[in-house]
Design a protein around this ligand. Structure first.
Ligand code: FAD
Length: 330
């Protein structure tokens, strides 16, 4: 019977893993190990609607996360310039049944009408209810006695109408999950850098020794150490399979753009550029952005220059992330 679980790493993956493990194994002893000095990646501010389902499963109110993690509502993704002519397409997260009853254009969009309209050269955004809302930087929301009495959490009234997701500050998210995990889920956090993984005669990991001398035993361990790949890569020496041949974009140049904190779109924008694409994600007080490009064509300085030309202003380094930052796959 497994009793002691270690989660190695305290980024998004580590804290989510520990919270999910707690839901499945209420009686287990769960310890998360992380190093404050190494820190977390801090990128990854964009989700899809399944994230809301995960929060529901974890019994974490969406409104608490929105408050603590500078989060904003996302109803879809705007793909800009992917035809190279400045036009865009809005991919929404699909209305729910209630919405489809009255927004009939949306109900038809996914079947016969789409193919017909494409054949007739009609842009799908013109017949998409969500796209029209997104254009006005609005989200669907019905506030009446019915919705409010049905939802303890007011933000869930949006879910009543359609699927939605969240954008958030990834560093605040790790802090928020860490606080929920330690204060309400009996998950222990141990600080320190890995020195070695101890094993039994069969090679199974029995514990983690840290550079500060601490030792934590385990029956099972999750490797959530991110790009460091401490156990899968370094300990077990799993081969790294490079997909560069099929997925050529290998470098990310992240940066922030400020906004006024009041007016921002309810979507992520994915903008096609010359050698890759740029994400633009609104959180409460800024856009988190980044240019993902193919480093066999341009270097980071050229990538920066291309983005600055597009935006018409200089870009600056975000909190704790060096600019240029090469978050390479290998
Ligand atoms: C540029 C970029 C943009 C992305 N955007 C998105 C996005 O929009 N949406 C999305 O879902 N995903 C996104 N991702 C993917 C996602 O952000 C990452 O997969 C995720 O944030 C990584 O989290 P993590 O917990 O796996 O790793 P990390 O955040 O790197 O955490 C690793 C943890 O391991 C610990 N650790 C490392 N070495 C040691 C050691 N020697 N001893 C002890 N502890 C150690 C660190 O302290 C840290 O706590 C993006 C990734 C990149 C690179």
């Amino acid at each position: 019977m497994m009793k002691k679980i270690i989660v190695l790493g305290g980024g998004t993956a580590g804290w989510l893993t520990s919270l999910l493990t707690r839901e499945f194994y209420p009686e287990f002893d769960i310890t998360l190990i992380e190093s404050e000095e190494i820190g977390i990646l801090g990128a990854g501010e964009d989700t899809v609607p399944h994230f809301i389902e995960v929060l529901d499963f974890l019994r974490i109110p969406v409104s608490a996360l929105v408050r603590e993690c500078s989060a904003t509502i996302k109803i879809g993704i705007k793909f800009s310039n992917w035809n190279g002519d400045g036009t865009s397409y809005f991919h929404d997260f699909r209305a729910k049944d209630e919405l489809e009853e009255w927004a009939f254009d949306d109900a038809f969009r996914y079947n016969m009408l789409s193919s017909y309209l494409i054949g007739e050269d009609v842009h799908l955004d013109t017949v998409n209810f969500y796209s029209r809302l997104a254009d006005q930087w609005k989200v669907p929301f019905v506030l009446n006695d019915h919705t409010l009495s049905n939802y303890r959490d007011a933000i869930m009234a949006i879910q009543h109408l359609g699927n939605f997701a969240l954008h958030f500050d990834a560093r605040l998210l790790a802090k928020f999950f860490s606080q929920v995990a330690q204060s309400t889920r009996r998950i222990r956090r141990v600080e320190g850098k890995l020195s070695e993984a101890t094993t039994d005669a069969k090679g199974n990991i029995t514990g983690i020794r840290l550079e500060n001398g601490k030792y934590v035993e385990c029956d099972f361990i999750f490797d959530c150490s991110g790009f460091a790949r401490l156990l899968l890569g370094k300990h077990f020496k799993q081969r790294w399979i490079d997909y560069k041949q099929y997925l050529p974009l290998d470098t990310a140049l992240p940066f922030f753009i400020p906004h006024d904190g009041r007016n921002f779109p309810p979507y992520t924008e994915a903008i096609a550029l010359k050698y890759g694409w740029m994400w633009k994600i609104p959180v409460h007080n800024r856009y988190g952005c980044g240019y993902v490009f193919d480093s066999s064509y341009i270097n980071e300085e050229q990538a920066k220059a291309e983005v600055e030309e597009l935006l018409g202003h200089e870009i600056t380094s975000p909190l704790g992330l060096r600019l240029p930052l090469a978050a390479k796959r290998h």
